[in-house]
Design a protein around this ligand. Structure first.
Ligand code: ATP
Length: 243
């Protein structure tokens, strides 16, 4: 069943239209990766789904209920949790305090402080440390743990690997895999195309605010995604390193 439906969504930053007529359906338990070059509109789309940025047009439905006009807080209560780019932790609060803050919007479910610390053993040792003193990987784990504390049905993850060493990214993805096996629906933004295609059931590639290619990871060739990523299939001559 479709859990999340985005219909013809437009999102603006002032005069700039960052998301243009995007439609996307995510099924329960699915992992969908949003890929695309810097500025393609991935973060803006995730933030609009989470209710952090109001759309200029289109609709968002969760389990068939329209949520387009609901506040971010109401959406958390309905099971949508965003792990924002840059993690946005309270750096002068401890790991435990950061996690407990998310309880205000807490839904019933398996995730609480003990469950999160058990799922992220690296955090258990650091629970009384200030978040600002943690390594990048520990901060990412705290940000994911904080989202889990709300017992989400859908986890929106922005730039999971940003600023982390490949080794630490492996650890974070191992932890995500546990969530995926537990049936959590995930929409993630990932710059690393190989990693995105390995973890996701489906990949949607954005270019200049639109989804220009979408399909099952197993069916899409890496070359096709790379072409869509750079807009080469549309005669665009964008240059850059392969993602
Ligand atoms: P990145 O990987 O760099 O985060 P992205 O695909 O997530 O890229 P967005 O961050 O959604 O893309 O940006 C889409 C467009 O909107 C870009 O042109 C960006 O410059 C612009 N934009 C993003 N945030 C703002 C903002 N707060 N104010 C004005 N323009 C913005």
């Amino acid at each position: 069943m479709s859990q999340l439906v985005v219909e013809n969504l437009d999102v603006r930053h002032g005069l700039l239209q960052a998301v243009r007529g995007v439609s996307l359906t995510v099924h329960r338990g699915e992992v969908v990766a949003l890929v695309g070059a810097n500025g393609a509109g991935k973060t803006t789309l995730l933030r609009a789904i989470a209710g952090a940025h109001p759309p200029a047009g289109g609709r968002i439905l969760l389990d068939g209920t329209e949520i387009t006009a609901l506040s971010a807080h109401r959406r958390v209560g309905m099971g949508i949790a965003l792990v924002p780019e840059g993690r946005r932790l309270f750096t002068r609060m401890t790991v435990e305090e950061n996690l407990l803050l998310a309880r205000s919007a807490r839904r019933r479910g398996p995730w609480g402080l003990d469950a999160v610390l058990a799922a992220f053993p690296n955090l258990a040792q650091r629970r009384q440390h200030l978040a600002g003193t943690l390594s990048g990987g520990e901060q990412q784990a705290t940000a994911i743990g904080r989202a889990l504390m709300t017992n989400p049905e859908i986890l929106l993850l922005d730039e999971v690997s940003l600023g982390l060493s490949p080794l630490v990214v492996d650890i974070v993805y191992d932890q995500l895999r546990t969530l995926i096996e537990g049936g959590t629906t995930i929409v993630l933004v990932e710059q690393d195309l190989s990693r995105a295609m390995a973890v996701a059931d489906r990949v949607a590639c954005m270019l200049e605010g639109r989804i220009v290619l979408e399909g099952k990871s197993a069916d899409l060739g890496r070359d096709a995604v790379t072409e869509a990523y750079f807009g080469l299939s549309r005669g665009n001559t964008a240059q850059g390193a392969a993602p």
